[in-house]
Design a protein around this ligand. Structure first.
Ligand code: ATP
Length: 297
């Protein structure tokens, strides 16, 4: 998280960039009795971010203002949940006022809400001098969502368990990407609930992706990418497959759905090819939100 004014013990305002993620690989190993799935995912932070300005207020309260008025500002917002959790757990006095500018596509498979929650926890720790380590923030964060611990550490990582067991990997080499979201909102819960993990026949080569990362080969990473959730989301929304094919026809090394979708990302050999692809996708009109981004480590 990028902090402009850190290091001041009496700091009362903090500005952060809450970054989005993509999955280079997403495998599901099985389902637990409590309904959670055991996963193996290779996570990568990308340049797209939400901007948060968090101010301390004297009242024991949280106020959230978002540029997108259809999003909840009450207890259904993950930032609210993060505040409530920290308040209950550490009992600091005072509250926060949050100004959130959303740029990460919503319900897109890019952990938008989780990264906002992770940033809020990071900010509360600093603003109220709680002195918590990243490890402690991660242990609390998983109570909000399985992706929150990853959003605290960021970079290139292997996520196991329900997503909370993290192993830092060598940073994925820098590369240009196109991210395109068709105008559909996909519920992560619906996708996991519809997945029959016992029936998965083709598991992505997660170890192969890690090997390619260690070799520093973007092409090999791209070749080995795989996401078992595509088997659930693509039959429901074939436009996802159309966007993948369009990206590949426009010069991507490969393209894949991120998380539970519907966002598709493509990995490109250079910025110009990525820019041309973005224009092409916009002309095609299947995705209204199309962005150029890059790996962020
Ligand atoms: P993931 O990749 O973790 O599955 P996602 O990208 O699919 O996340 P989000 O954009 O995080 O999904 O949020 C999905 C829903 O969660 C939204 O429709 C919204 O109602 C709710 N929500 C709660 N807090 C936030 C937040 N801070 N930003 C965006 N959505 C939020």
């Amino acid at each position: 998280m990028y902090v402009y004014n850190i290091g001041d013990m009496n700091m009362d305002s903090i500005r952060l960039k809450a970054r989005a993620k993509i999955n280079l690989g997403l495998d599901v190993l099985g389902k637990r009795d409590n309904g959670y799935h055991d996963v193996r995912m290779v996570m990568q932070t990308v340049g797209i971010y939400d901007r948060l300005i968090i101010n301390k207020i004297p009242e024991d309260d949280i106020r959230i203002d978002i540029n997108l008025k259809f999003l909840p500002v009450n207890e259904n917002n993950l930032i609210y949940k993060a505040y409530k959790l920290m308040k209950d757990e550490y009992g600091f006095s005072g509250g926060i006022e949050v100004d959130l500018n959303k740029f990460i596509p919503i319900a897109a498979g890019m952990a938008g809400g989780s990264t906002d929650a992770a940033s809020a926890m990071f900010a509360i720790n600093k603003l109220f001098n709680l002195g918590l380590s990243n490890r402690e923030l991660m242990e609390q964060g998983v109570k909000i969502g399985a992706d929150v611990p990853y959003c605290i550490v960021r970079g290139t990582a292997l996520a196991e368990g329900i997503g909370e067991k993290l192993t830092r990997l060598a940073p994925m080499p820098f590369c240009h990407m196109v991210v395109a979201k068709p105008p559909i909102n996909v519920s992560t819960k619906m996708v996991y609930d519809s997945l029959d993990s016992g029936a998965i026949t083709k598991h992505p080569d997660i170890d192969g992706i890690i090997e390619a990362i260690n070799e520093g080969s973007v092409i090999k990473i791209a070749e080995r990418m795989g996401n078992v959730l595509e088997d659930v989301t693509i039959p429901l929304y074939p436009v996802i497959d159309k966007i993948k094919k369009d990206m590949i026809s426009q010069g991507a090394y490969n393209a894949m759905m991120s998380g539970s979708g519907p966002t598709v990302f493509g990995i490109f050999p250079d910025e110009q090819t990525a820019l041309n692809c973005k224009e092409y996708l916009k002309r095609q009109g299947d995705a209204r939100q199309v962005y150029i981004t890059e790996t962020f480590n």
